[in-house]
Design a protein around this ligand. Structure first.
Ligand SMILES: [Mn+2]
Length: 332
């Protein structure tokens, strides 16, 4: 992290960047959206008159839409004309696959790319990025962006402070996953005028009827596998895979695998409990999602207890291969 701020400045100068495209991952969550907002503020402080566009492929999440009422952020959902920009920034996103088909446009434009992220780094992204700022220890991309603002000696505006607070609150599941460093940053943001109780209520949203049904259907179809004392769950559902995967962990599973199939395409959400990761050492992003993504001719990655895969293949086949990977890891 150290010296990252200077590298950003150097890069902007080296490429004489005057128009910058900031990209969030598809279905941008509050961390992606809020970090994009704060990062655009950082860039504007570095150089006046910059043309900055924030864009999110395949829309933004429902909760992010709610936050747009509070955060003055202009996010474009249409595919930008990549060739019009001279610098790209990718936030909270560790593979260009998470940009959907925009990833190809980004590659083809072959312009300098800054990646700021807190997910496990991906070798392909390492190759693509001109500057890769990642910190897997960080609670959120917002926390990293806050660190960058401070490295420059910039004080976030009230709106930026609030946005950063919301992104951090969201990614830490309302501070359950917060680290000591997170609380230090949060305290500073509160000093800047963020009302934590007011802010946090902006993140609660009633659950959709369709999400409830997807979660319950996923539960109904669960296949239970027990390995020693570990309870593993495998299931599939047409939508809300991530939500269903979380729900299964809340219900008591140590591990959940929820796939969604669309023709020959398959997307999989993986979650595990903290103790499962700590006692088995199985890192979902690295030990499971990445090799499974390769196996399915797609891409996978993520965190220790939360990861995702996009690829091609059949549910049964993906389950079988995952079981093999898990058994191998647990046997060690
Ligand atoms: Mn994040």
């Amino acid at each position: 992290m150290f010296m990252s701020a200077r590298k950003i400045k150097e890069l902007m100068e080296r490429f004489r960047a005057t128009s910058i495209l900031i990209l969030c991952h598809h279905n941008a969550d509050p961390d992606a959206l809020c970090s994009a907002f704060a990062f655009s503020g950082l860039l504007r402080r570095l150089r006046s008159g910059l043309k900055i566009r924030i864009a999110s492929p395949e829309g933004i999440s429902k909760l992010s839409k709610v936050l747009l009422q509070y955060i003055p952020i202009d996010v474009s959902l249409d595919r930008p004309r990549f060739e019009e920009f001279d610098l790209f920034v990718m936030l909270d996103t560790n593979t260009i696959q998470q940009l959907g088909d925009w990833g190809e446009y980004l590659k083809r434009a072959s312009k300098p790319l800054i990646v700021v992220d807190h997910h496990a780094s991906h070798p392909e992204t390492e190759k693509l990025a001109t500057l890769y700022i990642f910190d897997e220890e960080s609670s959120s991309t917002c926390e990293i962006v806050y660190g960058l603002l401070r490295e420059f000696g910039f004080k976030p505006s009230k709106a930026e402070a609030e946005a950063l607070f919301l992104g951090m609150a969201f990614d830490t599941k309302h501070f359950i996953l917060a680290k000591p460093s997170t609380f230090k940053v949060l305290a500073e943001l509160v000093d800047m005028g963020v009302d934590p109780q007011k802010a946090i209520t902006k993140l609660s949203m009633p659950m959709d009827q369709s999400e409830r049904i997807a979660r319950l259907k996923a539960c109904q179809r669960v296949r239970l596998v027990r390995i020693g004392d570990w309870i593993l769950t495998f299931t599939h559902v047409g939508a809300y895979q991530a939500s269903a995967a979380r729900a299964l962990i809340e219900l008591g599973a140590h591990f959940s695998f929820v796939a969604g199939q669309d023709g020959d395409q398959i997307q999989i959400s993986l979650r595990s409990s903290r103790d499962f990761y700590e006692k088995t050492g199985l890192h979902l992003g690295e030990d499971l999602a990445r090799p499974l993504g390769e196996y399915l001719h797609g891409m996978g990655g993520g965190h220790a207890t939360s990861a995702g895969v996009n690829g091609f293949g059949e549910f049964e086949d993906a389950v079988e291969y995952s079981m093999k990977l898990i058994r191998d890891k647990l046997a060690r």
